[in-house]
Design a protein around this ligand. Structure first.
Ligand code: DP6
Length: 340
């Protein structure tokens, strides 16, 4: 018996940064699911010792990865009988380069959660309809990595309690309102400033918020930003969209810098790219804006209809600030899928 799923990466516009036990976000977040950057995970039920499991990446053992998986399995053991009753063999592989500077944590945990939920169901330990199956898979993914809760769904996704109907802290939901057509075909070009491993893990980063004096203000800001972005998503007001998205990126990095024990994740080239993006926008009236993850790489967000001029801008003005001129050309996608 086996199950194989592919799940995409996602990029947050309203950032999840700060949490309570167990994996409950301090504020709601909103993301765009990508299309190309994906993880494929396969889980096989073996005949070995019940409760044991093994993990390989592209067929090769990855001992460095095991402590995080041990913690994940401890959290979900009571939720999925499959885990204590069978031996599981897990293999995963990312289709984006290992050293691309893109975190695979969300796409990995989402695809793994879907495989485990699927096998749990195949073995008769649960009998959920498609909606409940996705919701529980998102909740399980969250226990591996918070942002993974969002990679279960496609397009625009919300995770965390907010005024949006159905939103909650346990699992993510597809953005419930109709979005303006400009947001139907959005793109994300990831400019790889550095592919080095992050000096600050997300888990350590979230923990810095526990003692950050600006934390309460930040959580209020995120809620206000989401409230405004909900409106913008329906009206298509790009000027406000840009303003909110860029403020979110700057707030995230501001918090990373001003936390006790914090650090600087942006590089000089990150700043150079940001100023070039802003200059390009003011000179051309483009809808291009940027966001940042907890790292130095710059995500360029823009509507599909501006693809050609923005590609020229990337080639002529941005690639010289990327590591080996590397960038990923991605776009909005449909979310996790089963592979037969
Ligand atoms: C900056 O989901 O990686 O990307 O729950 O500890 O695994 P853990 O954290 P993680 O944090 C993501 C932080 C972020 C913003 C976001 O994706 O919302």
């Amino acid at each position: 018996m086996q199950s194989k799923w592919t799940a995409p990466a996602n990029i947050a516009l309203i950032k999840y940064w700060g949490k309570q036990a167990v994996q409950i976000p301090a504020n709601p977040s909103l993301s765009m699911t990508l299309s190309r950057a994906r993880t494929v995970t396969e889980v096989k039920v073996g005949n070995g010792k019940p409760g044991s499991w093994s993990y390989t990446y592209a067929g090769q053992p990855k001992p460095g990865f095991e402590p995080k998986l041990v913690a994940f399995f401890d959290r979900i053991r009571d939720l999925l009988p499959l885990i204590s009753k069978h031996e599981l063999q897990i293999n995963s592989e990312n289709n984006f380069p290992h050293s691309s500077g893109i975190s695979s944590s969300a796409s990995f945990h989402a695809s793994l959660a879907l495989c485990l939920m699927d096998l749990n169901q195949q073995l008769g330990y649960s009998d959920l309809n498609e909606t409940a199956f996705r919701q529980q898979s998102s909740a399980i993914a969250r226990l591996g990595s918070g942002s993974a809760a969002r990679s279960v769904y496609g397009s625009w996704v919300v995770w965390g309690q907010s005024e949006l109907s159905g939103s909650n802290n346990q699992y993510a939901i597809p953005f419930p309102d109709t979005v303006h057509p400009i947001f139907d075909r959005y793109r994300d070009a990831v400019l790889i400033v550095s592919s080095e491993a992050k000096p600050l893990s997300s888990t350590a980063g979230h923990a810095l918020m526990d003692t950050n004096p600006f934390a309460p203000t930040r959580y209020e800001q995120a809620r206000n930003h989401l409230k405004q972005l909900i409106q913008v998503m329906t009206t298509g007001d790009i000027t406000r969209f840009i303003d909110i998205v860029e403020q979110e990126a700057m707030s995230l990095h501001g918090l990373i810098m001003n936390s006790r024990g914090g650090t600087i994740l942006m590089k000089p080239h990150t700043l150079e790219l940001i100023s070039r993006i802003r200059r390009y926008r003011s000179e051309t009236g483009s809808s291009l804006c940027f966001t940042l993850d907890a790292g130095p790489n710059v995500h360029l967000l823009y509507p599909d209809q501006e693809k050609e001029p923005i590609r020229s801008f990337i080639r002529s003005e941005c690639l010289q600030f990327c590591e080996n001129e590397k960038w990923l050309d991605d776009y909005i996608g449909n979310g996790a899928e089963r592979i037969n």
